[in-house]
Design a protein around this ligand. Structure first.
Ligand code: SAH
Ligand code: AVI
Length: 330
């Protein structure tokens, strides 16, 4: 554990089960059809900064819609959950979490904060700002990959827990993995503990596709960033600028599919893998799914995971959902 100031600590969280390496994931994904890459590889320092920039685009409504819900209902959420410890999965910049911390502040609810993210620098920078801004707050940054499981998260035994998973990030899992993730969250919860989950909702195709293909091209840069990560980490030579960004809403699957399409045929060498791949003109690599929910699909997901929805805060027109849940049979 490193200590950078008395109220900010950081710990590496060991995966509970072996995780595939980047090399293994890339071998499996890029050699299969359709070709795919895991979205967790977007988030190096540049990717994390680009995600923040996406949140500031006029088209990407999920972030500001969720922020408005947290601003409006943060106090009620904190009053209801009365957390002693708040664990946030995929916390990123922790920007929206401030609404919950402000509510803790206003209610005199002492609470420790446990952000958990694979993007360490972004989390540590955010943690340093939080301890500077909230004099009562201790931040225990957890560095790791939550797809490796949550059993090794070192939460204190005593005290009520609020587990926070914002931004619609659960939607980046395919349905079986989303259920498994909620089950793992449920396994961390005891009587009186709560989950606060933010998810995006199914809506018209134009709004959804614009949110993932902003006019300024920030999302396109974010998408292509995964190829830069492979170039750097695997000594590869993807011609990054020769891939076009695509974002398509598949209504049957209720998900946005982000892809990168090769503008021309080329051979990519991945020196660290001792492999070369021939990519045809127009060939696509799937880089992210972003599933969207309805009240019914949300209810089914929670029920399967053994969680009961206790409060549901909806944005105008059902654009976005913030859900507070407890364990069905604690
Ligand atoms: N919750 C924030 C950030 C969302 S972006 C918000 O709503 O604005 C998704 C975040 O999840 C990023 O910070 C990214 O680094 C993190 N993340 C993605 N995959 C992850 C994984 N497998 N394990 C841990 N963190 C992950
Ligand atoms: C982090 N995650 C919920 C974002 C989403 O909307 O699926 C990532 C993102 N991809 C493109 N824009 C934003």
């Amino acid at each position: 554990m490193t200590q950078s100031g008395r109220r900010l600590t950081s710990t590496d969280v060991a995966p509970e089960r072996p995780l595939a390496s980047l090399a293994d994931d890339v071998r499996a994904g890029l050699l299969s059809r359709p070709r795919w890459l895991s979205p967790k590889y977007f988030y190096d320092d540049r990717g994390s900064a680009l995600f923040e920039a996406i949140c500031a685009t006029p088209e990407y409504y999920p972030s500001r819609t969720e922020a408005a819900l947290l601003a409006a209902h943060g106090r009620e959420i904190v009053e209801y959950a009365a957390p002693d410890h708040m664990l946030e999965l995929g916390s990123g910049s922790s920007r929206k979490t401030r609404h919950l911390l402000d509510a803790c502040d206003a209610l005199g609810q002492g609470c420790t904060y446990w952000p958990f993210d694979v993007s360490a620098q972004m989390m540590l920078d955010a943690g340093a700002e939080l301890v500077a801004d909230y004099s009562w707050l201790s931040v225990h940054a957890l560095i790791g990959d939550y797809t490796g499981g949550l059993a090794n998260v070192p939460l204190p035994e005593a005290g009520r827990r609020l587990i926070v998973f914002l931004g619609g990030t659960l939607g980046n899992f395919e349905p079986p993995a989303a259920t498994a993730m909620l089950e793992q969250i449920a396994a961390l919860m005891r009587d009186g503990d709560r989950l606060l989950l933010g998810v995006d909702r199914v809506k018209d195709t134009a709004t959804l596709e614009a949110a993932y293909d902003d006019a300024e091209g920030v999302t396109a840069q974010f998408n292509r960033n995964v190829l830069r990560v492979l170039n750097r980490e695997l000594d590869a030579n993807f011609p990054v600028q020769d891939y076009s960004h695509r974002a398509v809403f598949d209504r049957d699957m209720a998900r946005i599919e982000m892809r990168l399409a090769a503008d021309h045929a080329h051979r990519v060498t991945l020196a660290a893998l001792d492999t070369a791949i021939d990519i045809e003109a127009g060939e696509e690599i799937v880089t992210e799914f972003s599933h969207k929910f309805t009240p019914d699909t949300l209810a089914a997901l929670f029920e399967t995971a053994g969680l009961t929805i206790e409060r549901h805060f909806e944005a105008e027109g059902g654009a976005y959902s913030l859900v507070l849940a407890g364990k069905a049979n604690p």
